[in-house]
Design a protein around this ligand. Structure first.
Ligand code: NZQ
Ligand code: ZN
Length: 390
């Protein structure tokens, strides 16, 4: 097992009715800015319920609406201005990954004097922590299980054709309320996105090379098997509480640092997927579903042992030679994504050979030229992956 440091301070408050804990979780004298997206929080009534809970104490409440999917820097800058004008000292994100990520950026940038007027530069640090020494404390109320943003310190921020990660030790949420019933209103395609994103977060930290991380492997396999068990069920019957609760908890656990501690991590699918979303606007998870199987086809040699372990333990594939078992595992994975209504080829989005060059240009511009758990995915390998995804 590799050396690691595991730190996660987020208080998870899970289950139906847990919104009532908000009054205990948010400081009673706070000037709270509630952040949300393009309207679902209003339509579903989640926003009114949040306001009613916060209104039980003498807090000053403010609202910022309109954080879009793939949170755009231009919108976040408006929120930052609003935070400064109103001396906000607590943020509450009500939404999915985009609202949570956008709120993390607002929390970091609003009072960071050294970045005032040049907040965009906070997007230049990649996976290194941004050099900011504090952030506004914030909590989240999750309405879409997918990204794990509710229990990690990462955000992905968009600015035109740049979609880049931002990390800080100060952007762990203080708390996250996970009430599965708040997700019942999601359209089926967003639930499917959440299942696929969670699945791929898990394999990015699991299908690499063996590192004797037995707990991590078994936990990853548990998440994957749970997603296979409940995935279709929770799309077909959104108000099946237990199926949805299992999806919500898997999403959080897949990207809170637990299964990735002490083992190699890949993130190749995500880095290529982010470029595709930035160039086309295709949903985050939908880009991943086209790239992940392609990576396994192209890098089956580098990932051989873990692909065979995955075939056996997740899909019970034990018959046939090694190549055949790997082929079957890739096929079963694609069938699973497709069964949720998510295509596994770029051609489903009318993207062909001519698109590949644009992705490669973006990868090069963003320094994504040595990706994967081994750092051996050059632009040439990315090209082969994209060709295999057509
Ligand atoms: O904007 P509103 O109107 O709220 O609608 C949203 C949005 O259109 C809607 N929605 C959310 N909750 C709903 C609902 N509709 C009905 N009922 C509800 N309960 O769903 C749409 C998609 O929301 P979004 O937040 O964009 O989706 P998701 O949670 O999948 O987040 C995707 C973003 O997270 C980033 C992605 O890159 C992308 O920008 N990621 C963040 C990560 C992290 N912080 O760790 C890791 C991920 O790999 C990912 O990159
Ligand atoms: Zn993701």
């Amino acid at each position: 097992m590799l050396n690691f440091s595991f730190y996660n301070p987020t208080n998870i408050v899970f289950g139906e009715g847990q919104l009532q804990e908000l009054d205990n979780l948010v400081p009673k004298d706070a000037r709270v800015l509630i952040t949300y997206g393009g309207g679902s929080a209003q339509r579903t009534g989640a926003l009114d319920r949040v306001k009613a809970e916060l209104g039980k104490s003498e807090r000053s409440l403010f609202e910022f609406a309109g954080i879009p999917a793939n949170p755009a820097l231009t919108v976040l800058l408006q929120a930052i201005e609003y935070v400064r004008e109103n001396r906000i000292d607590f943020l509450l994100a009500v939404g999915g990954g985009s609202v949570m990520d956008g709120t993390k950026f607002i929390a970091l940038a609003s009072y960071a004097k050294e970045f005032q007027g040049r907040e965009r530069e906070l997007m230049n640090f990649g996976f290194n922590p941004v050099p900011v020494a504090s952030a506004i404390p914030f909590g989240t109320v999750v309405t879409l299980p997918a990204t794990g943003s509710e229990m990690n310190n990462g955000a992905v921020i968009s600015d035109g054709e740049d979609k880049l990660p931002v990390f800080s030790p100060y952007t762990f949420p203080r708390f996250s309320i996970l009430d599965p019933t708040l997700t019942y209103t999601l359209p089926a395609t967003q639930v499917a996105n959440g299942i696929v994103d969670t699945f791929i977060h898990t394999v990015e930290q699991y299908i690499t090379y063996p590192a004797e991380g037995r707990f991590q492997d078994r936990t990853a396999e548990g998440i994957l098997q749970t997603l296979v068990e409940v995935g279709k069920k929770t799309i077909d019957d959104p108000s099946d509480y237990d199926a949805r609760a299992n999806l919500v908890w898997c999403s959080t656990m897949a990207l809170n640092g637990l299964i990735g501690a002490g083992v190699p991590q890949d993130w190749n699918t995500h880095m290529i997927g982010h470029e595709i979303t930035a160039l086309t606007g295709i949903d985050h998870a939908k880009t991943l579903a086209t790239i992940q199987p392609a990576i396994w086809r192209v890098r089956r040699q580098e990932k051989r042992e873990k692909l065979l372990q995955y075939a056996e333990r997740v899909w019970s594939i034990t018959e046939g030679g090694e190549e055949e078992r790997i082929d079957q595992a890739i096929a079963r994975t694609e069938e699973f994504f497709q069964s949720l209504g998510i295509p596994t080829r770029l051609s489903a989005y009318d993207l062909g050979e001519d698109f590949i060059g644009r992705v490669l240009t973006s990868l090069e511009r963003h320094g994504m030229t040595a990706l994967s758990e081994r750092g051996d995915v050059t632009l040439e390998v990315s090209k082969r992956i994209l060709q295999a995804a057509l």
